[in-house]
Every structure is written in C-alpha cells, then in structure tokens.
Design a protein. Structure first.
Length: 516
C-alpha cells in the first residue's frame, strides 16, 4: 500500500462509502424517504449487470461498445442532468464486485463533473479522489498484472479525467471568497487530497510500472518493445496507462508553466510520427495542443506552427468523428479553435508558408482580421487571443492560511503567464514593420530605413542619429527573434538546430554587419 501510506490516505478515515445523496448532488435536499424509494430503471439494471459481466470476462470489444455507445445513450435518456444511481444501489445488482464498483464510481463522478448542475460539492471532490486512490492502488500494488482489460479509449479518458479533476480542484480551492469557514478549515486540514505531488506520484508510478519509456526507446529504433516491457509492460492495461500518463504529465507541467519539462517527458516519443501508441484521436489532439503551446512559449515558433498545422490537417480529414455530442468531443472542438488562435499568433510572430487548406481555414474563420490587427501592433488583440487559447494555468500551492476574498488567487497563475507572453510580444512590436520594408528592398541605407520607420513623427527637428541607433537595436532584435531552434528528424522534441525563419532576416544580417 505504498501509495496510500505515502499520501496519508488512512488519515482521512475513508471507508469507501459515499456520505451524500447521489440523486440530487446535494446532501441536504432530498428526504430519507425519497432516497429509499429511488428506483433504478429496468433497462439500466440490465445494462449494469451485463456491463459488469463483460468486464469480469474480459470481453474487450463488447466493453468498448457498452462504454462508447450504450452508457452515453442511457445517460441522455435517464440521467441527462442528474447523477447515475448510488454505489450502494448498484452493489446489490453486481454481487458487490469491488473492481466493477470502482470503475462505475469513476464514471459516476465523471458524469457529475460534466453534467450535474451545482456539482461537484466538496465531498464529491474528495470522494472522487479516494476512488482514484482505490483504482490506482489496485493496479499498482499487485505482484502480478491485474486481470483487467479495458478499451484504450476508456484508459485515455480515465487518465485525462484524473488530471482534469486535479485542475478543477486547484481552481476550486483558490476561490477563497466563495468558501464558508467550515470549507476553508476542511481544505486546510485535509491538504493532501488532490495534492500536486500525489498526482505526479500516480502518473510517474504508472510510467515506471509499464516501463513505457524503455519500450518507446526500443520502438523508435525499430526493435521489439515487448522485449524490454517485462510482465507488466506487456499487459495492454499497463502499457497504455503508462503511455497516457506521459501525456498527462505533459498537460500537468504545461498547466504549471514548466514548458521544458513538459516536452522532456515525451523525449522518447517521435512527436511527428504516427505510432501504434497514438491511435486514440483525443489523446493525439491533446498531445499536439500542449506540445504546440509549450513550443510557442519557448519561442520555438517553427516547431509550434508545424505541430499545429499537422494536427489541424488531421482534424480536417477526420472531422466527422467529432460530430457527436460527448464531453470528449466538446473538448476536442474547443481545442481545435484554440489551436487556430495559437497558429494565428505564431504566424504573425514568425511568418512562414503553411498548407493551403489550413490557410484557407484561417480565412474562412475570419482569423485574417485578427492577424491583421496583430501585425499592426495591437497588443490587446494578442492578449485576447492568448487568453482564449491558453490552458487554465494552475498554482501548485494552495492560497495562504490567512487568505481573504480581496485577492483573486484563481487568476494569479494566468496573469503571470500572460505577462511573460506579452513581454515577448512587446519586444517584437516593431518587427512586422521592419520585415515589410526589408522585403521591398534588396539594398537600403540605414538612414533611409530610419526615415521610413519615423514617418509617423511630425517633429521636424527629430534626431536622425538617435533614430538610426534605435533602428539598429530593432534590427539586431529581428535577427535574434528570427533564429529559432527547429526540430530535426530523429531527435527528441527538445533537440534541434538553429535556423533562420525568414529570408528577410538575411537582409537584416547585412544591416547588422555595419556594426562590426
């Protein structure tokens, strides 16, 4: 029980039961009589019994159909805006099968987060965390691979939801102005629930147990990954949970603003090559979103543009897959819009050729107007695009004990990251204008270029010498900003070579040489 002991799980006295009413999401609204008289629809009973039998027997294709088709349909029919039946009601139907009940509660809480108004409550957030503890302890503490088979789609969504619920809890915890004294006290005394170290520990434990890094290294070199996988890594459950945990770590480090570490966790994955591990569309799209964003924040615009363009082309070709209304497809569609915004930002800061179909999509979605404003130095447009497209950044630490409602701790992390981005944009504010002149001329004296740059000034006595000195600084800035580290084939995501991203920068080198 290393995970529970390490995280102080037993200190909370959790016994696996839920102490709130599952039918309204509010422990105080429904009477005991209403809870006792709650009846599960007959079709739902049959579904749950059959679902449990399929999981027990390892019927993977049938499980996939029940998970991806039947469960969403029953949700729409019976539980669109209310929780599924409580664990205690379901336990009688499935002979108190503890493994199935853990998996059922994961779906139960996920539905509450996505659909139930006014939820999740503090207790529901805690109990969801404890259920994840039960699930990961069952998987990680076994001496032999557990006899459990789940579809890859479910495994991805399980890891993705785990990181999302941590993100949601961190934001919930930071809203101190909306907390009662009792809630604040409980958050402070039980501060190991949804602790960032706990989440990191789970993801790294899944990665280590599966030996997925070593498998990916061998796979990239053309070898057989099973030869180094060990007993656990050869098991599909562990292998895919390990791979998806790498993507979870990518997302988590991006949310914390550590972009170098975000890319580094994927060092054994060739990001621009489709593999047997990257066949879940939602995982592939999420990976590209966070990788592209990390590249952009590291000022590797060419790599960011390549990453965004590649995945947006994929989404264009497979868009029919994401038309149905599910929470995952809603997330994919949102990330698609975010990536178009990020691509527009990168193309303004670092112009280069892209696929014509992506260029056409930018025009059709009216991004050209946003790009026009950014090219002409409207900082507010840069900021609004960034705020729409960036992840919901987190602070790893909770608010201080004496925190009051006078300060918005939720926006603290995003304000910091926005400031970092906008500082970079301000450094490049003059570069689009310089680029436009350098493209018009093969040779141009510095004095003439300085005159063009100062055409907006009405001061007849302005100092041309000082303007030339300022221009030289801008030219050197242009030269610096247009040289990026660009990924080269066969290397990890962090490696690459310095390359000039604009032909105009070669003209800039001519001007800069005047300083020598």
């Amino acid at each position: 029980m290393f995970f529970l002991e390490l995280q102080g799980y037993d200190a909370y006295g959790y016994n696996g039961s839920l102490d709130y009413d599952p039918h309204s999401g509010d422990p105080h609204t429904d009477s005991d009589y209403e809870r006792q008289s709650y009846n599960i629809p007959e079709m739902v009973k049959k579904f749950l019994t059959y679902f449990r039998n399929c999981i027990s027997e390892g019927l993977i294709f049938e499980i996939q159909n029940l998970y991806e088709t039947s469960f969403p349909k029953l949700t729409e029919q019976y539980f669109e805006k209310k929780p599924w039946p409580d664990e205690s009601d379901v336990a009688r139907l499935v002979d108190n099968d503890q493994v199935f009940l853990i998996l059922y509660k994961e779906l139960y809480f996920r539905h509450i987060y996505a659909r139930v108004s006014g939820c999740p409550t503090l207790e529901q957030r805690f109990n969801s965390f404890f259920n994840y503890c039960d699930l990961f302890n069952y998987i990680l503490n076994a001496d032999q691979p557990v006899p459990l088979e789940l579809p890859d789609q479910w495994l991805w969504e399980l890891v993705d939801e785990f990181v999302y619920q941590f993100q949601s809890f961190a934001q919930f915890r930071a809203r101190v102005q909306k907390k009662t004294p009792e809630e604040l006290e409980k958050l402070h005394t039980q501060n190991k629930v949804w602790n960032v170290l706990c989440v990191l520990n789970v993801l790294h434990s899944l990665v280590d147990k599966s030996k997925i890094k070593r498998q990916l290294e061998v796979y990239a070199s053309g070898g057989d990954p099973d030869s180094v996988a060990g007993d656990f890594g050869r098991h599909s459950l562990y292998k895919m949970l390990g791979y998806f945990s790498l993507v979870g770590l990518l997302r988590l480090h991006s949310l914390l603003g550590d972009y170098y570490q975000a890319i580094k966790v994927l060092e054994n994955i060739e990001l621009n090559k489709k593999s047997q591990y990257s066949h879940v569309p939602a995982c592939q799209i999420s990976t590209s979103y966070y990788v592209g964003f990390a590249y952009m924040m590291m000022r590797r615009y060419s790599d960011a543009i390549r990453t965004f363009s590649s995945i947006l082309l994929y989404i264009q070709r497979t868009k029919q897959l994401f038309q149905s209304r599910t929470y995952q497809n809603d997330q994919i569609n949102k990330q698609t819009e975010q990536m178009y915004h990020l691509l527009a930002i990168c193309l303004v800061l670092h112009p280069q050729c892209i696929d014509e179909s992506i260029h056409q999509a930018l025009r059709e979605k009216n991004y050209h107007e946003k790009m026009y404003k950014m090219q002409y130095g409207e900082l507010s447009e840069f900021e609004s695009c960034f705020l729409f497209a960036c992840p919901k950044f987190l602070s790893p630490a909770p608010p201080p004990l004496d925190a009051t409602g006078d300060y918005d701790y939720v926006k603290e992390a995003i304000k910091h990251q926005t400031q970092v981005f906008m500082d970079e944009v301000r450094q490049q504010k003059m570069l689009p204008t310089i680029r436009s002149y350098l493209k018009l001329y093969t040779t141009l004296p510095l004095s003439k270029l300085a005159t063009f740059m100062g055409q907006g000034s009405q001061d007849e006595n302005r100092d041309l010498k000082k303007e030339i000195e300022a221009l030289i600084i801008h030219l050197l800035c242009f030269k610096h900003k247009m040289k990026n580290v660009v990924w080269t084939k066969g290397t990890s995501g962090l490696e690459g070579k310095f390359q000039s991203g604009s032909e105009a920068s070669m003209e800039c080198l001519m001007y800069s040489s005047l300083l020598l």
